[in-house]
Design a protein around this ligand. Sequence first.
Ligand code: SF4
Length: 175
Amino acid sequence: MTDFAAAARAAGFDTVAPLDPATLKFLPEVRAMCAADRCRHYGKTWSCPPACGELEEWAAKCARYSQGLLLQTIGEREDSYDIEAMMEAAERNREQTDALLRALGPTGADYLMMSAGTCTRCEKCTYPEAPCRFPELLCPSMEACGLFVSQVCTDNGVPYNYGDEKIAYTCCILF
Ligand code: SF4
């Protein structure tokens, strides 16, 4: 049987904490924030809405799983304006997410991963002209699935905000 927590720790995540899938709420208002396109990724990658699928689809997919883990990459920063440190932590989170997916893929285990942000793997995404170049690593963010990440953390007893001198990128896996 796959030890998901051990695999997540081996991938390098700083936080590996239990997540109860029953706490997940798929909120249209979170999806509406995507549609407002403040991040400028809406409709630009396979990992973002609308390509990643409707909230109802994600609710149904997630309902298949009874266990989960909240995973965080926590970076140090000088203050809340330290963009370089935030980018470094975001990149580390992406590498850890890829490492976990690459480790789990060959096991044949049944799982569902939601990432901490849009997919930045390729310099230019193939969306919408051609299929994703790395479908085995493709997973939308928790927000893209309609999850309010701070609420998911609170509901599962995991800190979301670590203060001005740290930045946390939060993703999750269900199994
Ligand atoms: S891996 Fe590349 S092609 Fe696939 S969603 Fe990410 S950026 Fe787009």
